[in-house]
Ligand binder design. Sequence first.
Ligand code: 1PR
Length: 557
Amino acid sequence: MGLYLLDYGAGNVQSLANSLTALGHSFQWIKDPADFAKATSLIFPGVGAFETAIGHLVSRGLFQPLREYILSGRPYFGICIGMQVLFESSAEATSKGLGIIPCPIERFSDEDKAVPHMGWNAADLITTQQDAEGVNASSYYYFVHSYCAKYNPEKYPEAMRWVHSTTQYGQEVFVSSVRKGNVFATQFHPEKSGKAGLALIDEWLRKPESAHTHAPSAPLVSRPPAPKHKLTKRIVACMDVRANDQGDLVVTKGDQYDVREKATTTTANTAGAVRNLGKPVALAAKYYNAGADELCLLNITSFRHSPLQDQPMLAVVRAAAECVFVPLTIGGGIKDTVDPDGTKRPALEVAGAYFRAGADKVSIGSEAVYAVEKLRASGKATSDGTGAIETIAHVYGKQAVVVSIDPRRVYVDPQTYDGPYKSELVYGKPDGPENERGKAWWYQCTVSGGRETRPLSVVELAQGVETLGAGEILVNSIDRDGTGLGFDLDLVNLIKKSVKIPVVASSGAGTAQHFVDVFQRTDVEAALAAGIFHREEVRISEVKELLRSADINVRDN
Ligand code: 1PR
């Protein structure tokens, strides 16, 4: 008897398990239908695609037992897809949901905003007359979804009696949590919502099970409470990871992607060595506690070997996920690989290993370039669906797939240039940096960490990966990497204006002001830095303090 977790085998449930362990709660896993009878309370952390979730529940004989458990009146806590399956259906899938809440799940409009809704937003209680269930209107919670239950009391009055909180994204108000009888479920991920989310999980678990069985229906209100917040801007701390010359995995940092110490800046015995800025797990924990909204671990030499053979990287992810309760993105080597013994490893299997280790998103670099080149060469509008982006997005949801772009500027003489990508040219300003004056440039894609340029522009790559199903784009810049000169705002704007999915600006941050600049002068949802955080030149709290003073919405720790 006791608390059980339901894992349908296609999502990062490890994060929830890590949260419960960190909070001191024991639990068991539902492994087959008979286990439901032993559960006196159940948490279903659903990550990924609705179709995949329903498909796995049905194929494992868990779908009906789940419905029977919920209808038995025992406490149920659903998370993300674990909330959406309570509804009748989803526009994301042909499969039906449990139909316990009589209304459909629909897709966000992307007319006025990026989709998926990815980041930290508030959850506004529909009434303060009821038990808040740990939902704190002044906290921020992590959302990552393209579909939602839209708040619509006129069309779905019975369903809206389940509403516990609503959230506004763009011009749309949707149901961010439901609570009625023995059911409590959140669209956001409390296990990835830092201290506020952990407090919510802990509150639900510390209550006696009898306290979770008779939650009253919500009042039907024509308009939900005025949202107090909007989506915050995200600050991402990035750790470029590789083995140093002694074979230890270290956090390194490139200077325009060159990670080796220069003779001029170090003592003779470290000249040429791989820069060592610390241990990955220790730095991940440090940045989580310092208020980073997301962490990114990039295995920058993974192109040399199969990441599944690279057990140290999986061990780093597993260890980091045990002490970090905000989203964790893992990049490097997410592609079809062949092990030294000839075993083929599809990208989906490589990604699955990282998700099971506790990653929330995987970042694809080189493979995305090749996939878009292949798509463009086919002359078709869509691919054959067998590539890394498509297969991972299909199983884990597009929000789990980030594409990391490694562009390098190609300078041309604007007076005489007659080459490709004229529409993407950026022109140097007379009062701009000396190396830009009188010149123009476009941005060329590279693979293998900038070691090889490819016949593809960043706009072609960005729009190509959006077509293939990527959920977010990480825009690096080889020219700005490690320079401290600030983000390449021309590059960031060029990409942000060419896609409808969220974009993360990266490379070049040197001061807190650079974060204000990128959020004031582009529409990116997030900004990433590495060197200034590793070298402790700027603290994350200082960045957020300056952003708040510029009236830019950011999450408190
Ligand atoms: O091609 O799918 O195996 O992925 C490889 C991944 O490793 C890609 O995401 C690629 O960007 C990254 N990578 C490869 N080589 C390097 C290198 O530095 N030699 N890291 C590298 C690139 C870019 C950012 C960096 C920001 C912020 N790093 O991650 O952290 O530029 O730096 P800053 O704030 O110090 O300026 P695949």
